[in-house]
Design a protein around this ligand. Structure first.
Ligand SMILES: [Zn+2]
Length: 319
């Protein structure tokens, strides 16, 4: 296993590249095991004109600036040093992506990994927090002596590999709930409530008529029955033909907070759409479905037919 750490200059200009300034790594037989070998290169930056505050604070920025090594040569050395090893461990989830980003920029093959362990996420999970814990804090927490300066890629890789000894296999295997799902679970009440009766809707001549229809867009608060309304739907971007389409919209009752309206529309053999609208309790499973539509779907803004009527009314008053 290779424990990897990078230092880079964050992109601030038109070139969207977090330019790597140092690659540091150690090889271990197992997490927390003895260090078998180490790798370190300082890379001369050539892409951006200035350094971001993080890069400016790097203890060995000058070594990178005066280095004779450019990224392609440094990466070649790193790949050779890695050999056939395809398991990596990192503090945080970004470094491997940034490595790939730099390879793409220089037209080099993107390194392949069989497994990339994010020890930072695993460590946070063990401590029961979803906050990201800085490497120096974690080292401090585990009473690891601060013999080496932090924010040097090789030293940070070394600290990460030592911290690996604290991490249980269970924490390593744990997968955090994706952000959209976490937000969905936070936003909607998970307190059980009686589901308001299904509101049958349709048939409609086509899918968007079903989304725009007044009957589809009038959910009621499941706690007090207040009539609420929906102005847009999150819908699947590439609906599978012939199967029920699940569309979602958050709505609020002024008194009881935010709920999720779910509209299910199914095409019949003649091409007409009908279905039902409900306000279900947002369970983790539903949050997952909703998050998937948020991520991969699109937004349908409902078109109201009220304007025509209103205009008529205004002209009546004008007379
Ligand atoms: Zn209410």
């Amino acid at each position: 296993m290779i424990v990897l750490d990078l230092e880079w200059n964050r992109s601030y200009d038109k070139t969207p590249l977090n330019e790597i300034l140092q690659i540091g790594a150690v090889r271990v037989g197992r997490l927390g095991g003895p260090v078998l070998d180490s790798f370190n290169v300082y890379i001369r930056p050539t892409v951006h004109k200035r350094f971001d505050p993080g890069a400016k604070a790097l203890p060995e920025l000058n070594v990178s600036r005066t280095s004779q090594l450019r990224f392609p040569a440094a990466m070649k050395r790193f790949s050779e040093w890695c050999g056939p090893e395809r398991t990596f461990a990192l503090w945080g989830g970004d470094d491997f992506e940034v490595l790939g980003e730099n390879c793409k920029y220089w037209g080099l093959p993107v390194p392949e990994a069989e497994k990339v362990y994010d020890l930072q996420t695993a460590f946070s999970h063990m401590l029961g927090t979803d906050q990201q814990i800085a490497l120096w804090r974690a080292a401090d927490y585990c009473r690891i002596p601060d013999t080496f300066t932090f924010h040097n890629a090789l030293n940070d890789a070394l600290y990460t590999s030592i911290l690996g000894g604290w991490i249980t296999p269970e924490a390593l295997a744990w997968k955090p709930v994706p952000k959209e799902e976490r937000l969905a679970l936070k936003r909607f009440s998970r307190r059980p409530f009686p589901c308001p009766p299904r509101q049958e809707v349709g048939p409609f001549p086509d899918f968007s008529d079903g989304l725009n229809a007044k009957t589809s867009r009038k959910p009621v608060c499941p706690l007090c029955g207040a009539a609420c309304s929906v102005a847009q739907w999150n819908i699947p971007a590439f609906p599978e033909p012939g199967v029920p389409q699940r569309c979602y919209s958050p709505f609020s009752c002024p008194e009881h907070g935010c709920f999720l309206c779910q509209l299910t529309l199914t095409p019949d053999p003649d091409g007409a759409w009908s279905g039902y609208q409900t306000v279900p309790v947002v369970t983790p499973e539903l949050a997952k479905e909703y998050a998937a539509v948020l991520r991969g779907g699109k937004v349908h803004a409902c078109k109201s037919r009220r304007r025509r009527r209103r205009r008529r009314r205004t002209s009546a008053v004008a007379k």
